[in-house]
Design a protein. Sequence first.
Length: 296
Amino acid sequence: MHRCGIVTIAGRPNVGKSTLLNYMIGTKVAIVTPKPQTTRDRITGIRTEPDVQYLFQDTPGLHKPMKALNRRMVAEAKAAISDADVVLFMTDAASPKEAEDLDREWVALVAGTSRPVVLALNKVDRLDPKSLLLPIMDFFSRLHHFEAIIPICALTGDGVDRLLEEVKRLLPEGPALYPEETLSDRPIRFLAAEVIREKLTLATAKEIPYSVAVTIDDFQEPEPPEPVRIFATIHCERESQKPIVIGRGGAMLRRIGTEARRELELLLSRHVFLKLYVKVSEDWTRTDRGLDRILM
Ligand SMILES: Nc1nc2c(ncn2[C@@H]2O[C@H](COP(=O)(O)OP(=O)(O)OP(=O)(O)O)[C@@H](O)[C@H]2O)c(=O)[nH]1
Ligand SMILES: [Mg+2]
């Protein structure tokens, strides 16, 4: 029997959803940073095996929807959960007690969909001793009837085979929907913009990561050995943020550009020429019109 279906990966910010997605797909399809609220869009990563095709949807970690951007992220996550055949609910087993309230809100949300839910307890590498897992499993099994509760480490892949087995048996019967070689539903230029945003998020502090967006103005793929030519714009929300992103004598922008180019060269297995511009798009995160103008 062949199975195929949508598996939505959901959970609060920073628990490791995108890290797990990348591990399961075997390459980077979603960006990862140590800062919460990194993922903004729904991204589908596709894993094909002889008897199953998993369509994994990565989602933004939900949080208080204060701005139009956050409201849109919450809406994306909720829509992805309601589209799911199986929900892969994720939490960070090594996070402090205070995170329990957020997890509880989250469980209520996924439980409301009546979809089967598998719980992945991530970051067990940081749990010492391992006996600490038992009270966590107990906490969650009192909140909801999970189809399975599986401790994993998304960084190393520990436990992920078992997780995949559990998810597989819950997927509906059906043919593969994508060709075997398709790994993501997003075009390569989306990944290019995301990699630039990842490097920017890693290099800047405070509100900057939450105030910027990256658009690709032009993406040219001439015959090798000519490099791929990418022209991108970093949009800030306010005039005062522009000099921070550019840095003294352009140092910050050069650093972001170099790191993004290096990673894109690895992902594309080609030389890349990358040119970055910085622009102020006043308050783009605050209104739907602003979002529609900037987001891809
Ligand atoms: N120690 C450890 N760190 C992990 C593990 N999985 C993910 N991380 C780290 O946790 C941080 C957040 O990972 P992400 O994959 O971006 O988390 P996310 O859930 O997608 O976060 P949002 O997109 O903000 O909702 C990164 O620094 C990862 O390297 C793990 O198994 N062990
Ligand atoms: Mg993410």
